[in-house]
Design a protein around this ligand. Structure first.
Ligand SMILES: [Zn+2]
Length: 228
């Protein structure tokens, strides 16, 4: 009986090893570790029956399991870093540690909606893909304005993006993924509340602003149009 107990304990230990256990740098505060755990649980809970074709191509169906799998396959370690300046919330540092994500000070300074935090997890995951040159961002034009001549700024920081490496050309780079994820959450998530859908709308639109190739922008709009 005692042997059975020991065998059971060994089995449970082995089983718990199958979970994604991130390696945290020692200076990552407990609050951030807990928040990541809660955010991944939230991300894992999202469900929907329909998806756009770009969503299906990248994530498959609208299932929390797919999103968490996408993240956990790519990110294994978590640290803290300045991430190159005042507009960043998180980053990966290609070539140094391909499977490590860093949270920047902004991540703790600003209070972000939960759906935006999980969008950032997906965004940073994309930057681990070495075969695509880590989907490195392009420098935004300077001046960087929308079709009405209004300056395009960071949605949370309000800081100018002109001349900063915060734009993309491809619809499948990290900001395109933000857009595809958020528009599908807004329109197709069956168990998301109104606030989540509203936040997804705001940040999905902001992600589209950062796509500077007009053809890629049109393809994203065709995949799931903007709400009017
Ligand atoms: Zn990025």
């Amino acid at each position: 009986m005692q042997l059975f107990g020991i065998l059971l304990a060994v089995f449970f230990l082995a089983a718990s090893d199958c979970r994604a256990d991130f390696i945290f740098d020692p200076d990552v505060p407990l609050a951030i570790r807990e928040q990541l755990k809660n955010d991944l649980a939230f991300l894992g809970s999202l469900e929907g029956k329909k998806v756009s074709s770009f969503h299906r191509k990248i994530f498959g169906s609208l299932s929390g399991k797919n999103y968490v799998g996408f993240f956990e396959k790519r990110i294994k370690e978590i640290g803290l870093d300045a991430c190159g300046g005042s507009i960043a919330f998180a980053c990966v540092v290609p070539l140094l540690e391909d499977n490590k994500m860093y949270f920047a000070p902004n991540f703790s300074i600003y209070s972000l909606p939960q759906i935006t935090r999980v969008m950032m997890l997906i965004h940073e995951s994309r930057h681990t893909e070495a075969r695509q040159n880590y989907w490195a961002h392009l420098v935004c034009p300077d001046p960087f304005v929308d079709e009405n001549g209004k300056q395009i700024v960071g949605t949370i920081t309000g800081k100018s993006l002109a001349g900063r490496p915060a734009c993309d050309a491809s619809e499948f780079a990290a900001y395109g993924l933000d857009r595809i994820f958020m528009r599908n959450i807004e329109k197709n998530c069956d168990n998301c509340g109104q606030k989540v859908r509203m936040d997804a709308n705001i940040f999905g639109s902001a992600a589209l602003d950062r796509i500077i190739d007009p053809r890629a922008k049109r393809r994203l709009l065709r995949d799931l149009p903007d709400s009017k």
